[in-house]
Design a protein around this ligand. Structure first.
Ligand SMILES: NC(=O)C1=CN([C@@H]2O[C@H](COP(=O)(O)OP(=O)(O)OC[C@H]3O[C@@H](n4cnc5c(N)ncnc54)[C@H](OP(=O)(O)O)[C@@H]3O)[C@@H](O)[C@H]2O)C=CC1
Ligand SMILES: CC(=O)N[C@@H](CCC(=O)OP(=O)(O)O)C(=O)O
Length: 362
């Protein structure tokens, strides 16, 4: 079992801001079914039209898949209001919002003593040089800098201990999660020839781009297609550099848009420093993830597939080593909306509350 806080909470009062989006919808589903929140349903916050006389809209009008049977009701989606947040005694908020909005809003929640789990990229990067891709602006740069330094990168398999006591958790990017979890144990073990260069050829379902269709995510572009994009400047590259401790010259990450609703598959090519056998690599992965319930390591030569991780919070990892003992191909797979976003966010909440990290996620 994963490490726990010494005194777990019995429950916690949560809010979700941006519940109308794809990640927000998954958060709503997970939190409504979370065993620790049975008596403490989340506060759902969204952009409610000004002409809504009730100041709220039914959750099922935004996410019909969540509708319950006759006689059962869901909490409504309320327009944002600090008084409501305070009256409900909210203790932790999930921000499922655009990066700029999260950057602006997170300090305001923290100031009120409310823990923040931010799903955007706003707080993931410690180095300005990596963060500048987001073009974020801070009203109070000194405060933002201090919160940034405090923010914990929310990859439970790497930072469980820091997450347990964090006030601000920056949930990782979806592509980055798949790549970091595949590479971190091997880099830590020192067996890769980093200067030979690593390539991550990664493919994502279209929900990774959020609910608003653009020219590049429109059905007529995405369907029956496979296309590479952001070849040298994808914003997740900074997460790889910072979390893996490598340089731009040591990794090429190329994202692709795959014509499926959800799921990410990263095929990663690496070279070992010296010839080894598959058993050693298997042992490194098995040992590293022995206490990580949300990572499933395949026994080589079995490789993960998207169909086995969709709608789960697992990251599946497998590999094959060439007969020369040096050329390594790793495949890492996850659901971008779950382990790549909302599922990982709930995993972080579990850790912050001292609960088993897989609670409500299996
Ligand atoms: N989709 C994915 O696979 C992943 C997403 N993320 C990150 O999670 C966050 C949410 O992503 P996702 O759900 O896909 O995005 P969506 O575009 O599907 O949803 C965004 C949500 O934010 C709300 N919103 C937008 N602008 C504002 C604003 N100015 N003020 C208040 N609310 C606003 C939207 O409201 P309304 O409903 O009214 O439009 C919507 O509910 C993003 O930061 C994204 O980068 C992270 C990992 C993976
Ligand atoms: C398919 C697709 O467009 N994917 C998104 C990444 C989604 C993600 O992880 O989110 P963050 O924006 O929170 O980093 C992209 O490439 O921009």
């Amino acid at each position: 079992m994963a490490e726990q806080n010494t005194s777990p909470l019995s429950t916690i009062r949560t809010a979700v801001a941006g519940v109308g989006g794809y990640a927000g919808g998954e958060l709503a589903r997970l939190l409504l079914n979370h065993p620790r929140l049975a008596q403490s349903k989340p506060l759902f916050l969204g952009r409610v039209a000004d002409d809504s006389s009730a100041g709220s809209v039914p959750l099922e009008s935004l996410h019909p898949q969540l509708a319950l049977g006759a006689g059962q009701t869901l909490p409504p989606v309320r327009a944002f209001d600090w008084k409501l947040v305070e009256d409900m005694g909210i203790e932790a908020v999930f921000l499922a919002l655009p990066h700029e909005t999260s950057r602006e809003w997170a300090p305001q929640w923290l100031e009120r003593g409310i823990k923040v789990i931010d799903l955007s990229g706003a707080w993931r990067l410690q180095h300005e040089v990596n963060r500048k891709v987001y073009k974020l602006t801070d009203e109070n740069p000194a405060l933002a800098a201090s919160l940034q330094a405090e923010a914990v990168f929310g990859a439970p398999e790497l930072h469980r201990k820091e997450i347990a006591t964090a006030r601000l958790v920056a949930n990782p990017g979806c592509y980055s999660t798949s790549i970091i979890l595949a590479l971190y144990p091997l880099i830590q073990a020192g067996i890769l020839d980093l200067d030979h260069g690593i390539i991550s050829d990664s493919k994502s379902g279209i929900s990774g781009a959020g609910k608003a269709a653009t020219a590049k995510t429109h059905f007529m572009y995405g369907a029956d297609n496979l296309s590479a994009y952001n070849v040298f400047g994808h914003r997740h590259t900074g997460e790889l550099l910072e979390q893996l401790g490598i340089t731009t010259a040591q990794i090429q990450f190329t994202p692709h848009l795959l014509p499926i609703p959800r799921g990410i598959l990263s095929t990663i090519y690496a070279r070992l420093g010296s010839s080894t056998d598959p058993a050693q690599i298997q042992q490194i992965y098995n040992a590293f993830y022995a206490t990580s319930p949300m990572v499933r390591v395949h026994q080589t030569p079995a490789l993960p597939q998207i169909q086995h991780i969709v709608k789960t919070n697992y990251c599946d990892i497998g590999f094959e080593l060439a007969p020369d003992g040096k050329r390594l191909v790793i495949v890492s797979c996850l659901d971008n909306l779950l382990k790549g976003a909302s599922g990982q966010a709930v995993q972080n909440l579990n850790i912050m509350c001292g609960w088993n990290e897989e609670e409500g996620l299996l």
